[in-house]
Write a new protein. Sequence first.
Length: 158
Amino acid sequence: MARIARREGSRPALTLAGLVALGVLLVTSHAWARSVEVVPYAYEHVWPAALRYLRLEENAKVVEKDGDAGYILFELPGEPRTEGALELVRVKDPEGRDATRLVLSLTRRPSYEERLILKRLARRLRDERGEPLPPPPRKDEKKPKDEAPPKDEGPEKG
């Protein structure tokens, strides 16, 4: 096996690998995580409620918003400065109702904080909008048959 010649003052290969790994960790520590929640309310009801919730409940400064594209960019107060993005997507829930997928990304915060914000927003929607509408009847369910119409016994005698 060949020996790695070390000169005085040189760093071993492990130190270089350690520095590379540390660099990767530092770069990815500022990466955006994502948390997702589907709420059983139509986009038209969720958009204004989400905007209101971020401003009033989370004290967020809204930097940019676009209701047509379905996103809100914001900053949360406190240190370290946290930037966030909330994406709203029109979907159907598993029961066939109009629903909205919420995708939240925060910088410099753990992912559990994203999940907590989404849970609080879902609770706020339920408080404001009430329980979601019952799911529509499934197409494969058979409709109850109406009673057979009475038989026509011919012209009435009168």
